[in-house]
Design a protein around this ligand. Structure first.
Ligand code: 3UK
Length: 546
């Protein structure tokens, strides 16, 4: 093993024992990485060195008009920030830096600077509150936080030594996008725009990404410099086939690895550009696509579902590819989106533990109801409780391996996610004879009613095809006679009334479309569904509500 560049070995010391790592496979030519590798140098400096310095890297609205920073301008800023971090703040390789902000150019530059200086980026979703930030800080122990001034409020709470959410590892918070004196921009002023990337090992930890813990303490997944490049060299290469002229846009936060890839690392890896927007609604995302002539969009299924109904109000003729991930993509969303835009959505399942997508498909290889097949670089199978492969069509647990994989920071749950060298994602899937994977549900979300297994998402997909249904969530609730019964929470489209007649109509509709024992015996009409900070529906909360 090539020596680590980390002076501070805190993260390395908290890697799981080697015997608990998943198998790692590097069986593609593009995955043959050198022993020394700095991900930021590869994503940014390489592009400038190759003569792409004057090309657009990051787009934003400035005074209501699309404007961009070039690769060279971005590199200049990144270098200045890296100097502030190392020269003024005294950080040494291996130190963790808390990053906090909406998706914007300064946030992206801060991330790149942290990686370039051999520090470890600890991203935090903008929606996180002090309690969750404390859990993250207590685990990752960052000394410095770089924070968009818009998000100062929770920072004030976690830096109050008398409060219950005090994070004692933090020495200092540097605010950016801040007009006041003492800001990060102030510290950058006058710094040279040069900085030599720290000569990190390919397997030095670069990133600690926290999972949005639906239960228990969030888990910190540790990813190396090599992993950041591997995510860029798999999905976007074989599925999207990114070109320099591509313009990316979308909604996932940079702190969510789905967004880190789609909104920053993928475009930079291919010399393309990205539109960063701080807040998006389905309508504003369409407006962004139109204004910037974006070609690739990354967002979640619910966004696409709403965008389908609004697309005709915008000129989105520039758009070529749309990636959906984070939750299962119902066919009842795929089809209306295709009718409205002509675009076949690209579904992909990824996970924070795997850093990005490992099962997906191209528009040409789409199969109705399937997430897709293992993408080049990854292997996937469906296994039973003992880890043996299930025959085609038989549901079991999804197991994957590839160039990236799960390494929890100092966490006993490593043994649950990695078994016999495979990453066990916690999803129930079936595989057909051609190697296409069909999502069933989360493993612990399978509903068992009167001895039958019912996958909530199948019932949801069915309900979503009913004209009255905008959104829904289906869970199992305890029942004396049947063990569990199927219960649906339904958000109605405007103009529909949630009364007994509609309940009956929805139940009959499901009975007529799929096996009758799957129909929701109970239906609640609700205003909205509970969601995590990454936009996933929270079934735990739905079950509690029931
Ligand atoms: C679920 C999906 C069905 C699935 C993620 C793309 O979502 C991401 O990471 P998380 O750690 O959650 C992982 C879990 O989410 N899931 C994600 N995508 C799909 N289920 N179909 C899908 N297409 O339960 C998985 O185990 O938050 C997604 C890239 C990077 C990511 N981190």
């Amino acid at each position: 093993m090539t020596p680590s560049a980390h002076v501070d070995t805190y993260a390395r010391d908290r890697l799981p024992a080697r015997s608990l790592w998943p198998d790692l496979i590097f069986d593609l030519p593009e995955l043959q990485y050198p022993e020394r590798l700095n991900a930021a140098a590869e994503l940014l400096d390489r592009q400038v060195r190759s003569g792409r310095g004057a090309r657009p890297a990051i787009w934003q609205m400035v005074d209501g008009k699309p404007a961009f920073a070039t690769y060279a301008q971005l590199q200049y800023r990144v270098n200045q920030i890296a100097r502030v971090l190392t020269e003024d703040l005294g950080l040494v390789p291996g130190n963790r830096v808390l990053l906090r902000g909406p998706n914007n150019a300064m946030m992206a530059a801060c991330w790149l600077a942290v990686i370039k200086a051999g520090l470890i980026a600890v991203g935090t979703m903008p929606l996180l509150r002090a309690k969750e930030l404390k859990q993250i800080c207590d685990k990752a122990r960052p000394r410095i936080a770089l924070c968009d001034v818009d998000l100062w409020q929770e920072m004030a709470i976690i830096t109050n030594p008398n409060g219950e959410h005090y994070c004692d590892s933090l020495d200092r918070i540097c605010y950016f996008n801040d007009g006041e004196g003492g800001s990060l921009e102030d510290m950058m002023t006058g710094k040279p725009g040069t900085f030599r990337a720290v000569d990190t090992a390919a397997d030095d930890v670069a990133l600690i990404a926290f999972t949005s813990g639906t239960t228990g303490v969030p888990k910190g997944t540790m990813h190396f410099h090599r992993d950041i490049l591997a995510m860029c060299d798999c999905f976007p290469k074989s599925v999207l086939k990114v070109a320099q002229d591509d313009i990316f846009c979308g909604t996932p936060p940079l702190a969510f690895t789905f967004g880190l890839g789609g909104m920053l690392a993928f475009p930079l890896r291919y010399g393309a550009s990205t539109v960063l927007t701080e807040k998006a609604t389905p309508d504003s995302l369409l407006a962004t696509i139109a204004a910037f002539r974006a070609t690739i969009c990354f967002t979640a299924p619910t966004f696409y579902r709403q965008m389908a109904g609004l697309a005709r109000n915008h000129d989105i003729s520039s758009l070529k590819q749309c990636v959906s991930a984070g939750e299962a993509l119902p066919d009842a969303t795929r089809q209306p989106f295709k009718e409205a835009t002509g675009i076949e959505l690209i579904d992909g399942i990824g996970a924070t533990e795997m850093i990005h997508i490992f099962i997906s498909h191209t528009p040409a290889s789409v199969r109705r109801g399937a997430t897709g097949h293992a993408i080049p670089g990854y292997q996937a199978r469906v296994v039973d409780a003992g880890g043996n492969p299930c025959p085609p069509g038989v549901p079991g647990r999804l197991a994957v391996k590839g160039p990236t994989g799960c390494r929890y920071m100092d966490d006993a749950r490593q043994k649950d996610y990695v078994q016999q060298g495979w990453n066990i994602t916690g999803d129930a899937y079936t595989m057909d004879a051609d190697g296409y994977f069909f999502y069933q549900s989360r493993t612990d979300d399978m509903i068992v009613t009167a001895g039958y297994n019912v996958a909530g998402p199948e019932v949801e997909s069915c309900l979503l095809t009913h004209p009255a249904v905008a959104e829904c969530g289906v869970v199992g609730v305890p029942d004396e006679a049947r063990g569990q019964i199927v219960k649906a929470f339904v958000v109605l489209r405007a103009g529909h009334k949630g009364d007994a007649a509609l309940k009956k109509a929805l139940q009959d509709y499901v009975k007529g479309a799929i096996a009758p024992y799957k129909y929701p015996r109970r239906i609640d009409f609700v205003e909205a569904l509970p969601r995590t900070e990454t936009g996933k529906r929270q079934r735990v909360k739905l079950r509690q509500a029931a």
